[in-house]
Design a protein around this ligand. Sequence first.
Ligand code: ADP
Ligand code: MG
Ligand code: MG
Length: 305
Amino acid sequence: MATLQINNLHAKVAEEGGETILRGVDLEVKSGEIHALMGPNGSGKSTTAKVIAGHPAYEVTDGEITLVLDDEDVADIDEDVPPEKREWDLLDLEPNERAALGIFLGFQYPAEIEGVTMTNFLRQALNAKAEEREELFEDEDEAEAEEEEDSGYDTSPMEGNVDDGEIGVAEFQQLLKEKMELLDMDEKFAQRYLNAGFSGGEKKQNEVLQAAILEPAIAVLDEIDSGLDIDRLQDVSEGINALRDEQGTGVLQITHYQRILDYVEPDHVHVMIDGEIAQSGGADLAKKLEDEGYDWVREQVYETA
Ligand code: ADP
Ligand code: MG
Ligand code: MG
């Protein structure tokens, strides 16, 4: 079971004199748990998500983000994974490295890519993750040996072009079929082209499908409920529940509205106000927010300040 620990996180817009947005965020999310991160517009929810993923628009000025992995999380790695490779300081890592360790943030649409099907896109994403993951867990001696080998004249170009360990087309088709069944998605979906104009709701479902394929330890879903009609909201919610129930994914569900939490029942609810977590509680806290809004939380913050 992986644990994502965010301690005293401070972040500002990465430009000279950039605004400070996060002012000491503390949060812990484990695999298999569903956390709702709520709060008024502009409180810093999306910034939190992007800073976790390593977005270059923000600069972290204080605090830590740590990912702790246990045996189960490194079961796909051959050799015994030493202690120093079980606790990662995410702030030292590139976005793709964080993703390879098991952090998922639904990616934006690479709309400029012409003629790529969902299937190929997802297969490439999975293979890229596996390759990055191998590099991260490779021990130093091995990495050096491989580098020497790569620069050696005796390596045939044919061999060099074959990516061992890649998931092939047929094997991937099978995986995709299973995941689409799990999410109750139409198989035709996968044959569509990335630039073929998915509707808002279809994009959200795609985000869940990406998470199902990549099997992250922790998925950060930012406003996946925005603009969905009730049927699509239910589909997406069932998908999120399946991620948790069937593959043990931990979910940090960012949402402005309580509505989706009727379908994705959170274990923990947090309220962000002005770049800090001002309140945490159980599912009942979300209900109270629905009835009473955010003002009472804000008042509490500024009374005690
Ligand atoms: P939320 O997701 O809770 O609505 P955001 O994290 O998107 O809030 O934004 C928090 C605040 O930081 C807002 O006032 C927003 O305008 C500001 N902000 C976020 N990102 C940037 C940026 N890249 N440049 C300038 N201001 C930003
Ligand atoms: Mg704090
Ligand atoms: Mg936002």
